[in-house]
Design a protein around this ligand. Structure first.
Ligand SMILES: Nc1ncnc2c1ncn2[C@@H]1O[C@H](COP(=O)(O)OP(=O)(O)OP(=O)(O)O)[C@@H](O)[C@H]1O
Length: 370
Protein backbone atom coordinates (compact mmCIF):
# COMPACT_ATOMS: atom_id res chain seq x y z
CA UNK A 1 0.00 0.00 0.00
CA UNK A 2 1.39 3.40 -0.98
CA UNK A 3 0.40 6.92 -0.12
CA UNK A 4 0.75 8.90 -3.34
CA UNK A 5 -0.55 12.25 -2.22
CA UNK A 6 -1.39 13.94 1.05
CA UNK A 7 -3.35 17.18 1.31
CA UNK A 8 -3.83 18.98 4.62
CA UNK A 9 -6.10 21.86 5.38
CA UNK A 10 -5.96 23.58 8.77
CA UNK A 11 -4.38 20.56 10.37
CA UNK A 12 -2.17 21.53 13.36
CA UNK A 13 0.33 24.13 12.06
CA UNK A 14 -0.43 23.45 8.37
CA UNK A 15 -2.85 25.92 6.82
CA UNK A 16 -2.71 24.27 3.42
CA UNK A 17 -0.21 21.80 2.12
CA UNK A 18 -0.13 19.28 -0.70
CA UNK A 19 2.59 16.68 -0.93
CA UNK A 20 3.17 14.07 -3.63
CA UNK A 21 5.20 11.00 -2.71
CA UNK A 22 7.06 9.04 -5.35
CA UNK A 23 9.72 7.46 -3.14
CA UNK A 24 9.70 4.36 -1.01
CA UNK A 25 11.21 6.26 1.92
CA UNK A 26 10.39 9.86 2.82
CA UNK A 27 12.42 11.62 5.48
CA UNK A 28 11.09 14.78 7.15
CA UNK A 29 14.03 16.72 8.46
CA UNK A 30 13.89 19.81 10.66
CA UNK A 31 14.48 21.45 13.99
CA UNK A 32 12.23 20.80 16.97
CA UNK A 33 8.62 22.01 16.92
CA UNK A 34 8.49 22.72 13.16
CA UNK A 35 5.75 20.27 12.20
CA UNK A 36 7.51 16.97 11.42
CA UNK A 37 5.45 14.84 13.80
CA UNK A 38 2.32 16.68 12.64
CA UNK A 39 2.81 15.12 9.17
CA UNK A 40 3.25 11.61 10.59
CA UNK A 41 0.24 12.24 12.81
CA UNK A 42 -1.84 13.37 9.81
CA UNK A 43 -1.10 10.10 7.95
CA UNK A 44 -1.92 8.12 11.09
CA UNK A 45 -5.21 10.01 11.60
CA UNK A 46 -6.08 9.62 7.90
CA UNK A 47 -5.87 5.84 8.35
CA UNK A 48 -7.21 5.35 11.86
CA UNK A 49 -9.39 8.43 12.47
CA UNK A 50 -7.56 8.89 15.77
CA UNK A 51 -4.33 10.52 16.80
CA UNK A 52 -1.55 8.65 18.54
CA UNK A 53 -0.76 11.72 20.65
CA UNK A 54 -4.10 13.01 21.82
CA UNK A 55 -7.62 11.78 22.37
CA UNK A 56 -8.91 15.35 21.84
CA UNK A 57 -9.59 15.86 18.14
CA UNK A 58 -9.96 19.59 18.79
CA UNK A 59 -6.19 19.81 19.24
CA UNK A 60 -5.70 18.65 15.65
CA UNK A 61 -7.59 21.60 14.21
CA UNK A 62 -5.46 24.66 13.47
CA UNK A 63 -5.73 27.36 16.10
CA UNK A 64 -8.66 29.66 15.37
CA UNK A 65 -10.00 27.35 12.63
CA UNK A 66 -13.36 25.59 12.57
CA UNK A 67 -12.31 22.35 10.97
CA UNK A 68 -9.36 20.35 9.68
CA UNK A 69 -9.28 18.18 6.57
CA UNK A 70 -6.88 15.40 5.64
CA UNK A 71 -7.05 13.88 2.18
CA UNK A 72 -4.97 11.03 0.90
CA UNK A 73 -4.62 9.36 -2.48
CA UNK A 74 -3.38 5.82 -2.09
CA UNK A 75 -2.57 2.84 -4.19
CA UNK A 76 -3.95 -0.35 -2.72
CA UNK A 77 -3.90 -3.69 -4.51
CA UNK A 78 -2.98 -1.83 -7.69
CA UNK A 79 -6.10 0.33 -7.59
CA UNK A 80 -6.63 3.87 -6.44
CA UNK A 81 -8.13 4.66 -3.08
CA UNK A 82 -9.11 8.14 -1.95
CA UNK A 83 -9.60 8.86 1.70
CA UNK A 84 -10.85 12.02 3.31
CA UNK A 85 -11.29 12.78 6.97
CA UNK A 86 -12.89 15.96 8.23
CA UNK A 87 -12.53 16.91 11.87
CA UNK A 88 -14.63 19.64 13.43
CA UNK A 89 -15.78 20.53 16.92
CA UNK A 90 -19.03 18.71 16.11
CA UNK A 91 -17.25 15.43 15.32
CA UNK A 92 -15.55 13.70 12.43
CA UNK A 93 -16.61 12.32 9.07
CA UNK A 94 -14.78 9.87 6.88
CA UNK A 95 -15.15 9.46 3.10
CA UNK A 96 -13.86 6.58 1.01
CA UNK A 97 -13.66 7.36 -2.71
CA UNK A 98 -15.97 10.31 -2.15
CA UNK A 99 -18.60 8.31 -0.29
CA UNK A 100 -19.29 9.35 3.27
CA UNK A 101 -19.19 6.34 5.62
CA UNK A 102 -22.11 6.11 8.03
CA UNK A 103 -19.89 4.86 10.81
CA UNK A 104 -16.23 5.56 11.43
CA UNK A 105 -15.72 1.85 12.06
CA UNK A 106 -16.51 1.38 8.35
CA UNK A 107 -13.88 3.95 7.43
CA UNK A 108 -11.06 2.67 9.65
CA UNK A 109 -8.98 -0.06 8.10
CA UNK A 110 -9.26 1.10 4.48
CA UNK A 111 -5.62 2.16 4.87
CA UNK A 112 -3.21 0.42 7.20
CA UNK A 113 -0.36 2.02 9.09
CA UNK A 114 2.18 0.89 11.63
CA UNK A 115 3.62 3.64 13.77
CA UNK A 116 6.83 3.42 15.73
CA UNK A 117 7.45 6.41 18.01
CA UNK A 118 9.72 6.97 21.02
CA UNK A 119 6.79 6.29 23.36
CA UNK A 120 6.60 2.77 21.88
CA UNK A 121 9.95 2.04 23.46
CA UNK A 122 7.88 2.38 26.60
CA UNK A 123 5.43 -0.27 25.46
CA UNK A 124 6.97 -2.95 27.62
CA UNK A 125 7.54 -1.03 30.84
CA UNK A 126 4.90 1.68 30.55
CA UNK A 127 1.42 1.55 32.04
CA UNK A 128 -1.06 -1.20 31.03
CA UNK A 129 -3.08 1.52 29.31
CA UNK A 130 -0.30 1.91 26.72
CA UNK A 131 -0.41 -1.82 25.95
CA UNK A 132 -4.21 -1.93 25.76
CA UNK A 133 -4.12 1.00 23.36
CA UNK A 134 -1.54 -0.84 21.27
CA UNK A 135 -3.85 -3.85 21.10
CA UNK A 136 -6.94 -1.84 20.23
CA UNK A 137 -5.28 0.30 17.56
CA UNK A 138 -3.59 -2.66 15.88
CA UNK A 139 -6.55 -4.98 16.04
CA UNK A 140 -9.00 -2.25 15.07
CA UNK A 141 -7.40 -1.76 11.70
CA UNK A 142 -7.52 -5.41 10.73
CA UNK A 143 -10.86 -6.35 12.27
CA UNK A 144 -14.00 -4.29 11.92
CA UNK A 145 -15.88 -6.80 14.06
CA UNK A 146 -13.39 -6.23 16.88
CA UNK A 147 -13.80 -2.48 16.59
CA UNK A 148 -17.57 -2.86 16.63
CA UNK A 149 -17.59 -5.04 19.76
CA UNK A 150 -15.02 -2.86 21.51
CA UNK A 151 -17.08 0.29 20.86
CA UNK A 152 -20.23 -1.34 22.24
CA UNK A 153 -18.31 -2.73 25.22
CA UNK A 154 -17.04 0.75 26.09
CA UNK A 155 -20.56 2.18 25.87
CA UNK A 156 -22.07 -0.45 28.17
CA UNK A 157 -19.10 -0.15 30.53
CA UNK A 158 -19.71 3.58 30.85
CA UNK A 159 -23.42 3.02 31.64
CA UNK A 160 -22.57 0.29 34.11
CA UNK A 161 -20.02 2.48 35.87
CA UNK A 162 -22.61 5.28 36.18
CA UNK A 163 -25.08 2.83 37.66
CA UNK A 164 -22.50 1.41 40.09
CA UNK A 165 -21.76 4.97 41.26
CA UNK A 166 -25.49 5.48 41.94
CA UNK A 167 -25.83 2.12 43.70
CA UNK A 168 -22.81 3.05 45.84
CA UNK A 169 -24.87 5.89 47.38
CA UNK A 170 -28.03 3.81 47.68
CA UNK A 171 -29.69 4.92 44.42
CA UNK A 172 -30.33 3.07 41.14
CA UNK A 173 -31.73 -0.37 40.39
CA UNK A 174 -29.99 -3.71 40.98
CA UNK A 175 -32.16 -5.33 38.29
CA UNK A 176 -30.77 -2.81 35.84
CA UNK A 177 -27.26 -3.76 36.96
CA UNK A 178 -27.99 -7.41 36.11
CA UNK A 179 -29.25 -6.41 32.66
CA UNK A 180 -26.17 -4.29 31.95
CA UNK A 181 -23.88 -7.01 33.32
CA UNK A 182 -25.41 -9.58 30.96
CA UNK A 183 -24.98 -7.22 28.02
CA UNK A 184 -21.41 -6.44 29.03
CA UNK A 185 -20.46 -10.11 29.42
CA UNK A 186 -21.40 -10.90 25.81
CA UNK A 187 -19.22 -8.05 24.54
CA UNK A 188 -16.37 -8.62 27.02
CA UNK A 189 -16.17 -12.25 25.92
CA UNK A 190 -16.02 -11.28 22.22
CA UNK A 191 -13.28 -8.72 22.87
CA UNK A 192 -11.28 -11.10 25.07
CA UNK A 193 -11.52 -14.03 22.67
CA UNK A 194 -10.30 -11.92 19.76
CA UNK A 195 -7.46 -10.49 21.81
CA UNK A 196 -6.31 -14.02 22.70
CA UNK A 197 -6.36 -14.95 19.02
CA UNK A 198 -4.50 -11.80 18.00
CA UNK A 199 -1.77 -12.35 20.59
CA UNK A 200 -1.29 -15.90 19.34
CA UNK A 201 -0.80 -14.64 15.79
CA UNK A 202 1.43 -11.76 16.89
CA UNK A 203 3.55 -14.19 18.89
CA UNK A 204 4.01 -16.33 15.81
CA UNK A 205 5.63 -13.42 13.98
CA UNK A 206 7.36 -11.64 16.88
CA UNK A 207 9.19 -14.66 18.28
CA UNK A 208 11.42 -15.41 15.25
CA UNK A 209 11.99 -11.69 14.62
CA UNK A 210 13.11 -11.16 18.21
CA UNK A 211 15.26 -14.29 18.05
CA UNK A 212 16.93 -12.91 14.97
CA UNK A 213 17.53 -9.40 16.37
CA UNK A 214 18.97 -10.88 19.56
CA UNK A 215 21.36 -12.93 17.40
CA UNK A 216 19.72 -16.19 18.36
CA UNK A 217 19.97 -15.65 22.09
CA UNK A 218 16.48 -14.72 23.19
CA UNK A 219 13.09 -16.32 22.97
CA UNK A 220 10.26 -13.86 23.34
CA UNK A 221 6.88 -14.87 24.68
CA UNK A 222 3.81 -12.63 24.69
CA UNK A 223 0.91 -13.35 27.02
CA UNK A 224 -2.50 -11.83 27.41
CA UNK A 225 -3.03 -11.11 31.08
CA UNK A 226 -6.54 -11.09 32.47
CA UNK A 227 -7.37 -10.68 36.14
CA UNK A 228 -10.13 -13.24 35.63
CA UNK A 229 -9.80 -16.99 35.14
CA UNK A 230 -10.30 -16.90 31.37
CA UNK A 231 -7.65 -18.51 29.20
CA UNK A 232 -6.89 -18.80 25.49
CA UNK A 233 -7.99 -22.45 25.42
CA UNK A 234 -11.57 -21.52 26.32
CA UNK A 235 -14.28 -21.14 23.73
CA UNK A 236 -16.63 -18.15 23.72
CA UNK A 237 -19.34 -19.76 25.85
CA UNK A 238 -16.84 -20.90 28.47
CA UNK A 239 -15.39 -17.36 28.63
CA UNK A 240 -18.91 -15.98 29.11
CA UNK A 241 -19.59 -18.46 31.87
CA UNK A 242 -16.36 -17.47 33.67
CA UNK A 243 -17.26 -13.78 33.39
CA UNK A 244 -20.77 -14.46 34.62
CA UNK A 245 -19.55 -16.26 37.74
CA UNK A 246 -16.95 -13.60 38.44
CA UNK A 247 -19.33 -10.65 38.18
CA UNK A 248 -21.83 -12.49 40.43
CA UNK A 249 -19.10 -13.04 43.01
CA UNK A 250 -17.80 -9.47 42.82
CA UNK A 251 -21.15 -7.69 42.69
CA UNK A 252 -21.10 -6.40 46.29
CA UNK A 253 -17.49 -5.28 46.00
CA UNK A 254 -18.15 -3.48 42.72
CA UNK A 255 -21.11 -1.63 44.27
CA UNK A 256 -18.97 -0.67 47.26
CA UNK A 257 -16.27 0.65 44.97
CA UNK A 258 -18.70 2.19 42.46
CA UNK A 259 -16.79 0.92 39.41
CA UNK A 260 -16.37 -2.12 37.12
CA UNK A 261 -13.30 -3.83 38.51
CA UNK A 262 -12.71 -6.56 35.92
CA UNK A 263 -12.88 -6.98 32.16
CA UNK A 264 -10.95 -6.16 28.99
CA UNK A 265 -10.62 -2.51 30.10
CA UNK A 266 -8.36 -3.69 32.93
CA UNK A 267 -6.43 -6.42 31.10
CA UNK A 268 -2.79 -6.27 30.13
CA UNK A 269 -0.01 -7.84 28.08
CA UNK A 270 3.00 -9.58 29.55
CA UNK A 271 6.34 -10.26 27.85
CA UNK A 272 9.02 -12.70 28.85
CA UNK A 273 12.45 -13.47 27.44
CA UNK A 274 13.84 -16.96 27.99
CA UNK A 275 11.17 -17.42 30.63
CA UNK A 276 11.93 -14.22 32.58
CA UNK A 277 9.51 -11.35 32.78
CA UNK A 278 10.78 -8.42 30.66
CA UNK A 279 8.77 -5.83 32.61
CA UNK A 280 10.60 -6.80 35.80
CA UNK A 281 13.98 -8.08 34.64
CA UNK A 282 14.48 -6.79 31.09
CA UNK A 283 17.40 -4.49 30.31
CA UNK A 284 16.76 -1.33 28.30
CA UNK A 285 18.21 -3.05 25.24
CA UNK A 286 15.85 -6.02 25.65
CA UNK A 287 12.89 -3.70 25.99
CA UNK A 288 13.92 -1.94 22.81
CA UNK A 289 14.35 -5.21 20.96
CA UNK A 290 10.93 -6.37 22.18
CA UNK A 291 9.28 -3.14 21.06
CA UNK A 292 10.98 -3.34 17.66
CA UNK A 293 10.10 -7.02 17.26
CA UNK A 294 6.45 -6.21 18.01
CA UNK A 295 6.35 -3.45 15.40
CA UNK A 296 8.03 -5.60 12.75
CA UNK A 297 5.67 -8.44 13.65
CA UNK A 298 2.73 -6.12 13.15
CA UNK A 299 3.93 -5.31 9.64
CA UNK A 300 4.10 -9.03 8.77
CA UNK A 301 0.80 -9.76 10.49
CA UNK A 302 -1.02 -7.08 8.52
CA UNK A 303 0.53 -8.46 5.34
CA UNK A 304 -0.63 -11.96 6.20
CA UNK A 305 -4.16 -10.70 6.96
CA UNK A 306 -4.78 -8.36 4.05
CA UNK A 307 -2.14 -9.36 1.51
CA UNK A 308 -0.62 -5.90 1.43
CA UNK A 309 2.11 -4.20 3.45
CA UNK A 310 1.02 -1.31 5.66
CA UNK A 311 2.60 2.15 5.55
CA UNK A 312 5.31 2.50 8.18
CA UNK A 313 5.61 5.70 10.20
CA UNK A 314 8.83 6.18 12.14
CA UNK A 315 8.59 9.22 14.34
CA UNK A 316 11.97 10.28 15.66
CA UNK A 317 12.83 6.73 16.51
CA UNK A 318 15.61 5.73 14.14
CA UNK A 319 18.29 7.56 16.10
CA UNK A 320 17.11 5.62 19.17
CA UNK A 321 18.03 2.33 17.52
CA UNK A 322 21.61 1.14 17.17
CA UNK A 323 23.05 0.12 13.79
CA UNK A 324 22.17 -3.53 14.21
CA UNK A 325 18.53 -2.83 15.05
CA UNK A 326 18.31 -0.24 12.27
CA UNK A 327 19.59 -2.72 9.72
CA UNK A 328 16.90 -5.18 10.82
CA UNK A 329 14.29 -2.56 10.27
CA UNK A 330 15.79 -1.82 6.90
CA UNK A 331 15.70 -5.49 5.93
CA UNK A 332 11.96 -5.55 6.61
CA UNK A 333 11.08 -2.38 4.75
CA UNK A 334 13.39 -2.84 1.79
CA UNK A 335 11.48 -2.34 -1.46
CA UNK A 336 8.28 -3.46 0.20
CA UNK A 337 7.09 -1.01 2.83
CA UNK A 338 6.53 2.65 2.13
CA UNK A 339 8.08 4.48 5.05
CA UNK A 340 7.83 7.99 6.49
CA UNK A 341 10.56 9.06 8.87
CA UNK A 342 11.02 12.18 10.98
CA UNK A 343 14.34 13.29 12.36
CA UNK A 344 16.21 16.35 13.57
CA UNK A 345 19.49 14.91 12.42
CA UNK A 346 20.14 12.96 9.26
CA UNK A 347 23.39 11.49 10.58
CA UNK A 348 21.42 9.13 12.86
CA UNK A 349 19.96 7.35 9.82
CA UNK A 350 21.58 4.40 8.07
CA UNK A 351 23.11 5.43 4.74
CA UNK A 352 21.37 2.59 2.88
CA UNK A 353 18.01 3.91 4.05
CA UNK A 354 18.95 7.39 2.88
CA UNK A 355 19.90 6.03 -0.54
CA UNK A 356 16.26 5.10 -1.19
CA UNK A 357 14.88 8.24 0.38
CA UNK A 358 13.50 11.59 -0.55
CA UNK A 359 14.37 14.28 1.99
CA UNK A 360 11.83 16.93 2.90
CA UNK A 361 12.86 19.95 4.97
CA UNK A 362 10.28 21.11 7.47
CA UNK A 363 10.36 24.62 8.85
CA UNK A 364 7.55 26.47 10.63
CA UNK A 365 4.78 24.60 8.91
CA UNK A 366 6.25 24.71 5.40
CA UNK A 367 7.73 21.72 3.63
CA UNK A 368 10.27 21.81 0.85
CA UNK A 369 11.66 18.80 -0.99
CA UNK A 370 15.42 18.74 -1.38
N1 LIG B 1 -3.67 22.89 16.65
C1 LIG B 1 -2.56 23.52 16.30
N2 LIG B 1 -2.64 24.66 15.54
C2 LIG B 1 -1.51 25.30 15.17
N3 LIG B 1 -0.27 24.92 15.50
C3 LIG B 1 -0.14 23.82 16.24
C4 LIG B 1 -1.26 23.07 16.68
N4 LIG B 1 -0.82 22.01 17.40
C5 LIG B 1 0.52 22.11 17.41
N5 LIG B 1 0.94 23.18 16.74
C6 LIG B 1 2.33 23.61 16.50
O1 LIG B 1 3.02 22.57 15.83
C7 LIG B 1 4.39 22.60 16.20
C8 LIG B 1 4.84 21.25 16.68
O2 LIG B 1 4.94 20.40 15.59
P1 LIG B 1 5.46 18.91 15.73
O3 LIG B 1 4.89 18.30 16.95
O4 LIG B 1 5.21 18.28 14.42
O5 LIG B 1 7.00 19.17 15.99
P2 LIG B 1 8.26 18.38 15.43
O6 LIG B 1 8.75 19.12 14.23
O7 LIG B 1 7.93 16.94 15.27
O8 LIG B 1 9.26 18.62 16.62
P3 LIG B 1 10.06 17.60 17.56
O9 LIG B 1 11.30 17.25 16.80
O10 LIG B 1 10.35 18.47 18.75
O11 LIG B 1 9.16 16.46 17.87
C9 LIG B 1 4.52 23.59 17.34
O12 LIG B 1 5.09 24.77 16.83
C10 LIG B 1 3.11 23.82 17.80
O13 LIG B 1 2.94 25.12 18.30
Amino acid sequence: MNLKQLTLRQFRNYKKVELAFDHQVNVFLGENAQGKTNIIEAIYVLALAKSHRTSKDKELIGWGDEFARIQGKLEKRSSNLELELILSVKGKKGKINGLEQKKLSEYIGAANVVLFAPEDLNLVKGSPQVRRRFLDMEMGQISRVYLHHLGLYQKVLLQRNHLLKSLQIGKGSKEMLDILTDQMIVLAAEVTKRRFEFIKRLQKWAEPIHYDISRGKEELEIRYLSATNVSDEMDLSKIKEEFYQMYEKQKTREIQRGVTLFGPHRDDLGFSINGHDVQTYGSQGQQRTTALALKLAEIELIYSEIGEYPILLLDDVLSELDDYRQSHLLKTIQDRVQTFVTTTNISGIDQRTLNQAKIWTVSEGTIISE
